[in-house]
Design a protein around this ligand. Sequence first.
Ligand code: IPE
Ligand code: MG
Length: 253
Amino acid sequence: MAADAPYTPHERSELGLTADRSPRHVAFIMDGNGRWAVSRGEPRIEGHREGAKTARMVIEESARLELEQVTLFCLSSENWKRPADELQMLLRLLEEYLIRERDEVVRRNLRFSMIGRREGLPEGVLRELDATADAAKGNTGTYLCLAINYGSRGEIVDAARRLASDVAASRIIADEIDETAFAARLDTAGMPDPDLVIRTAGEMRVSNFLLWQISYAELHVSPKCWPEFGRDDYFAALREFGARDRRFGGIKS
Ligand code: IPE
Ligand code: MG
């Protein structure tokens, strides 16, 4: 069997990861690329380059664990505040990454999509996103979702605007608006909510990421910067998730 084939039940239990305590959807706030590079006396972009390897690892391991979905926060709608040269290199890196990893998406049978606003993204990034989505069409495995030029408040405002125009066009009446109707107009319509959010570099905040969708998610913060976050760290987070008692506002059964 290939070294990167899905984990068998035996391998899972050796890793301490039983399927019934596994999250369906893990979302990552990848942070600390810049700090990692600077601490080594390298330019920040080297951190982003190295961080791409961690992204590959978590995608690969999520697929091997047969998770339903993995979401990566690649670029926030607030990241435009960064210096132009870092942004340009970051977007270039993203474009290269999409090209380089396309075969992997196909080989691993990953479903693929992006969330966030397309407006403002360079032509090249949009083209490669579309090409990967196209190549992944018909795939049935783990869903890889990239949040790019994404901000949760903006997404919620967009959903409110869609609802308002649907009311104006009599497609729905105001009294029918409920959580399901609202969620169906978010970028994440049809996706399961994340059960686990993993953030690196020790920051204790959610930074405008999936605010609606993470209402009941468990949070795991790693002190490690994203480029040094390894497979063992990911598995430790999954084991910790498995040990938590999730009550969703109820009481222990
Ligand atoms: C995360 O690393 C990567 C992106 C937001 C694209 P940072 O670039 O935020 O690294 P720090 O936080 O400055 O160390
Ligand atoms: Mg940061």
